[in-house]
Design a protein around this ligand. Structure first.
Ligand SMILES: [Zn+2]
Length: 484
């Protein structure tokens, strides 16, 4: 999965926005009705204030109250819409089919996890998924030039188009993987068993329900298994989806399955920019050439400049920087000819991320100048170079947006208390382009993510899967969005 770029998962529960707890609507469906009063109606008379307030003020007052009531009414609209879908017999039957598919889903998950798929080598896993897409009756099944697998389930042309995605790649190498399964508890152990083999299997199960039941949503469902989500893949697959002619542009809604926690709705895109700073100089003997510019000293000056920025940025949106790796030099008694370091900058806010990058660049320029001023020798070989290793875009899909409201209401309907979160996932790209996109969890329990000890326990995954299906169904029944 990709909670903070899959590579890291800080504050999965702590940094999100908790929404007010609401009991599940399914099964709880009684409404309070105001008691009916008996007796003769009260005589009609003008309220004392209305006589004093000019009518145009009343119009303003009414408009103000109407405006204030709109968000709550809109929220009710989503809740009603989802309740309507959930109440249909065809939906209830489809949800039963979905639950019956859970054992098959585990089988798919195991087969997927046993196909190694490091970034850049996802092809074998994509081919397995290709055959599964064909078995599900999807059309336009193909793998693009980046390695993304596509498939389409056409609707009747009347509903919104939804793109459902999960990522093919893992953080592991191409070593053979064997999934261990505890026959009594059902617990699965293998690197990548959850992230994102489970997301891919969930995608197949959702598509199978639509293929095998009487549910006939109006919109097109696009399924895409992406490449390059992890680490230095830098969301290559999703970026391709939003290049010219990419399928991303066809979608009204983008749903990404990547994460375990059923409560988490990722509507914030945690952006990042990663760089290698390379310092070069002519180097020399530590005693005889003392005074020449020293690449390691220059890097240290740049780090020292950056760390003058406090950790707490006050009321501004959160941002972070980390010098993750450093190396270089020839020997203890040499002035280095080359040294390097790698730095990771992050923020969920585009402006903050840009200003952090500007700060890094100015610190590097200041470090070069300070080292030159310190040096007694003019060294034409001395300089610092900033090499970009990768970028992931930032952004936020507002909590009031239709997709977030629908996901929140679908969660509540299934008894899930939703939490909005900022994280780095495939949804970063569409969110940064102001598209309706979120990442959802697929439920169950997991641990040891991104380690060889990764495990997944499907116990309790039903609620998340039911929520995901209901949301998908409701979105496919929606009108297409007006877009430029
Ligand atoms: Zn992931």
């Amino acid at each position: 999965m990709s909670f903070p770029d899959c590579a890291e998962q800080p504050n999965r529960f702590g940094s999100g926005v908790d929404l007010k707890p609401v009991p599940p609507i399914l099964g709880a469906g009684r409404r309070r009705v105001a008691p009916v009063r008996s007796g003769p109606p009260a005589p009609l008379r003008a309220a004392p204030l209305t006589g004093l307030i000019p009518s145009f003020l009343l119009v303003f007052l009414f408009a103000f109250l109407w405006e204030a009531a709109l968000p709550a009414m809109a929220k009710d609209k989503e809740a009603r819409l989802l309740r309507r879908h959930a109440g249909k017999r065809s939906t209830r039957e489809a949800l039963e089919v979905l639950e019956s598919l859970l054992p098959e889903m585990v089988k798919d998950q195991i087969r997927i996890a046993e196909i190694p798929a490091p970034f850049g080598s996802e092809q074998a896993r994509a081919e397995f998924m290709f055959h599964r897409f064909r078995e599900l009756g999807l059309i336009d099944v193909h793998i693009d030039d980046t390695g993304n697998l596509h498939g389409r389930r056409p609707g009747n042309g009347e509903g919104a188009t939804v793109l459902l995605s999960a990522h093919l790649d893992t953080v592991f190498g191409d070593e053979a993987v064997t999934v261990e399964r505890d026959s009594s508890s059902g617990l699965l152990r293998a690197p990548g068993i959850a992230d994102d083999a489970r997301g891919l299997a969930a995608m197949l199960a959702l598509a199978k329900v639509l293929a095998t039941t009487g549910v006939r949503p109006g919109g097109d469902l696009l399924l895409v298994a992406t490449v390059g989500e992890e680490g230095l893949g830098n969301l290559a697959g999703t970026k391709r989806l939003y290049s010219k002619e990419g399928w991303g542009w066809r979608a009204d809604y983008f749903l990404n399955l990547d994460g375990i926690d059923e409560r988490v709705i990722v509507n914030g895109a945690l952006g990042s920019a990663r760089f290698r700073v390379v310092a070069r100089a002519s180097g020399g003997h530590s005693w005889w050439e003392f005074g020449r510019p020293n690449p390691i000293q220059a890097l240290a000056r740049a780090v020292n400049c950056m760390v003058r920025e406090p950790v707490d940025s006050g009321s501004a949106p959160r941002r972070s920087y980390s010098f993750g790796r450093i190396g270089g030099g020839t020997s203890i008694n040499s002035i280095p000819q080359e040294a390097w370091m790698e730095v990771d900058l992050r923020s969920g806010d585009k402006t903050e991320l840009s200003s952090l990058e500007a700060r890094l660049r100015s610190c590097i320029a200041a470090a070069v100048e300070a080292e030159r001023n310190w040096s007694s020798i003019d060294d034409p070989d001395f300089d610092l170079e900033l090499v970009t290793l990768g970028r992931r875009p930032s952004g936020t899909l507002p909590a009031e947006s239709k997709l977030v409201r629908m996901a929140v209401e679908a969660s509540r309907l299934m008894g899930i208390q939703p939490v909005l979160q900022t994280s780095s996932t495939d949804a970063n790209v569409p969110i940064s382009l102001d598209r309706q996109a979120i990442t959802l969890g697929y439920g169950g329990e997991a641990g040891g993510l991104h380690t060889l000890g990764e495990w997944y326990d499907p116990t309790g995954c039903e609620r998340a899967m039911r929520r995901n299906f209901l949301l998908l169904l409701a979105l496919l029944g929606e009108k297409k969005l007006d877009r430029p």
